[in-house]
Design a binder for this molecule. Sequence first.
Ligand SMILES: *Cc1c(COP(=O)(O)O)cnc(C)c1O
Length: 379
Amino acid sequence: MIPYGKHFIDKEDIAAVIDVLRSAWLTTGPQVDSFETAVAEATGSGWGVAFSSGTAALHAAMYAIGVGPGDEVIVAAMTFAATANCVAYQRATPVFADVTPENLLIDCNGIEALITERTRAIIGVDYAGHPCDWDKLRRIADCHGLFLVADSCHALGSTYKGRPTGSIADLTAFSFHPVKHITTGEGGMITGTDPNLQLRLKRFRNHGIDSDFRQREKEGAWFYQMVDLGFNYRITDLQCALGKSQLRKLPRFLSQRRKIAGIYDQAFQNIDAVSPLAVSGDVEHAYHLYVVRIDFARTGSDRNTFFRYMQQKEIRTNVHYIPVHLHPYYREQYGTSPEQCPEAVKAYAQIVSLPMYPGLSETEQNHVIESIVQFFRGI
Ligand SMILES: *Cc1c(COP(=O)(O)O)cnc(C)c1O
């Protein structure tokens, strides 16, 4: 089976984890600090705070900027549920914004109509690895006094007008789940520049306590205070050693992903029913996903038939995503309805994610392309 996404681990990664197993620290220790520094450097941001998952990182971001009960946060509808869940965790309301049909990124033209007195922030999602139009989002956010948060879980290593993702929004979230660009098993990070937000993120990660164990040990002190209600969202030294080792390979991973995307782009030029998403001229795409829109209605076929066909060819395709406002939880708890974000709903009927990961061989990719060509020749 060729999956849609897959991690890549080598001997260096394994050795890095084994070294930590032999060291004095297993959880929050020197590896966490140095992984945070490495990601901050790689993304041109001031600092990084690492978490046990990308979801935990997003939740902490909402806490850090002070999102609470009664507040509203504008969230792109075409994303993984975690982007909206982090708002709901804080007992605030996610307000879903529609996306543009060309690249499924938040539609800046529709945002101002969603802003109310309770709006605190906008979360843009760099869907598939393509950065949002951050300059436009910044103008809207500044005009209304809102925080700008990037869910860049798809987009580590991408750039927008020459600026690296991670250095653009007030807070940027990354995920290190195995299907993402680099992995720590589970893990995530927030990057930013404001030292006050960094402090709040670290506190939230550690039960709301004002100092961490290592700080106290250095000072020979036992006293600490819990000043707010936080969580145990810590990541381990084992994971961060893996993350550092993976990060060294990021440039290679990105160029492999971009090469695969180029081959797909070329191959689908001659198949009318298959349209890759548009790529803007002012970004460097990170290609977490390679998404095509397939006009199944026009071909007289449907997506389930296509999925079954690809499965028979030992290829696993996927759908990213069911727009979040369609999930029963949001319909029941927040009264969302499909009509709120019609472009996201239209796209949902057509999108397919094709295999995209650094270890995908040329032979495997050719098999994917050939299978798709055959499918559309057959109908
Ligand atoms: C992966 C992902 C997350 C959550 O990350 P986890 O590390 O799996 O918790 C959030 N948002 C988006 C868009 C993602 O793709």
